[in-house]
Ligand binder design. Structure first.
Ligand code: ADP
Length: 190
């Protein structure tokens, strides 16, 4: 199986590059952000609880997202592989993901980190907020809080994969096709 973790701060371009990767490699896209927004749209209890935190720019509890990922892995037993987008976002999530994959006799092939500086991120997110309708993209204060959550809780996840020799960083500034080409070079080396 080809199991990729696409990593990077909010606005780094993970969603965009995931779409390209799905087409090229035939993988299943698992975005915890999209899954949570789906719960909100459906008005589930989980969605209502998550919305409060998401609108504030805070992470939702590990158990919630780990449960969602576990369900999706079970529902896609025949998949060639997965792209994890926006997950794992804490070291506890990374450990849980390793256990889930191990129980399926699989593992993460590698993490690809898109690197973009904070000023560029803020600009991209504010621009996206103009038409995405996402409340967490519309407000500069919330955007800064998301970037802070990322630096505090999520950035250490890179170290987790680095220790396993599964980490590659890529420049996330440039044209979408250029960045995609850098990503495919790494994926093809797995
Ligand atoms: P972005 O990466 O652009 O911030 P996402 O769509 O990945 O957007 O996530 C939006 C929000 O959903 C996050 O700010 C957070 O509140 C919540 N979320 C998504 N994935 C996770 C996760 N793995 N763990 C905790 N919270 C998450």
């Amino acid at each position: 199986m080809l199991n990729l973790v696409l990593f990077g701060p909010p606005g780094a371009g993970k969603g965009t590059q995931s779409q390209n990767l799905i087409e090229k490699y035939g993988l299943i896209h698992l975005s915890t952000g999209d899954l949570l927004r789906g719960e909100i749209t459906q008005g589930t209890t989980l969605g209502l609880e998550a919305k409060k935190l998401m609108d504030e720019g805070l992470l939702v509890p590990d158990a919630v997202v780990i449960g969602m990922i576990s369900n999706k892995l079970d529902a896609n037993k025949e998949a060639k592989g997965f792209i994890f987008d926006g997950f794992p976002r804490t070291v506890a999530q990374a450990e849980a993901l390793d256990s889930l994959l191990e129980s399926k006799s699989s593992a993460i092939s590698g993490m690809i980190a898109l690197q973009v500086n904070d000023e560029e991120l803020e600009q991209r997110l504010l621009l996206r907020g103009k038409d995405s309708g996402r409340p967490d993209d519309a407000n500069p204060e919330i955007i800064r809080k998301r970037i802070k959550e990322y630096n505090d809780k999520t950035a250490p996840v890179a170290g987790y994969y680095l220790e396993q020799n599964k980490f590659t960083a890529i420049n996330g500034i440039g044209s979408i096709p250029e960045i995609f080409e850098s990503i495919t070079k790494v994926v093809d080396s797995y």
